[in-house]
Design a protein around this ligand. Sequence first.
Ligand code: PMV
Length: 324
Amino acid sequence: MKPQTGTGLANGKIILAGEHAVVYHEPAIALPIDAVYVKADIVSAQIGQTIQCELYTGDVNEMPTSMAGLQFAICEAFKRASAKEVTAHTFTLSIESTIPAERGMGSSAAVSVAVVRAIFDFLDATLPEETLWDIVQGAETISHGNPSGIDTATTSGTRPVFFKKEQELQTLHLDMPAYLVIADSGVTGNTKQAVQHVSTLQERIIDPTTQETGSDAVQSIGAIVNETKEAIKEQNPQKLGQLMSENHERLQQLGVSHDVIDTLVDTAHQNNALGAKVTGGGLGGCMIALVETEEAALHLQEQFMKQGAQAVWIQSLAKKENTK
Ligand code: PMV
């Protein structure tokens, strides 16, 4: 008998504006990044429930606690797609990912999205958007504590999103003559720790000159995100770049950047980028810079690599290349 198979894909993401503030019900804008993705393949087996991925190969029921979120996604997907427990099925699930882990590119959410899609495909079941959302958000909550849902929203779609917690998702029409250069600092970020740190600053004064609290900075980021939405609508790269840099300053104030990221941001400015910022949870991870031409993007890519970046990707913001 021919083995039963299923496949699922998901892309990486970057946050263009609004990380951290989004946890406090401010808006954020995120974009799917096609250059990095996860592919999950599942095939029926004679016995057992086996998972094969970079971090672990073995029985799904014996996955390490660090992978408890993914284990939840697998068990829940089988249950919802077949009304039977995972142990009622026999399979091998393989996961391949080009999204660096813990760098703010949505790796954990994308793995869950791809896996849930593969399981539903394997079982020939229809996967409603809400079911995908529920399962992936459940997995993210186990992995990260209090996720806003922005990673779940962006890695499961193909369009830029304007996201506000507990509000209906808006997709944005992005078509700008500009390029994002995304650099992986090589330093492992820690979203959970960064989110906790920002929570301790809410009532505290973070700028003695202006007497601003962490909560004031969060609100300023919200205003930057709304202006960013306008810059996207106006197709105005200069304005977008300036807003990215203002957003970075606010995230620095909140203590979620990192020396290596700040050095890359400086490199971007020295090379005439329109703007640059940390992206995602921070405390390491990735940064993004905006430039106007492909030539400038390639030049900046080279500069970032010279500076020690672990990997650098270029994403066009023109329509045909940022939508699938
Ligand atoms: O998963 P990351 O590192 O891209 O961070 C997500 C963005 C935060 O706003 C920092 C947290 C969240 O849950 O929205």
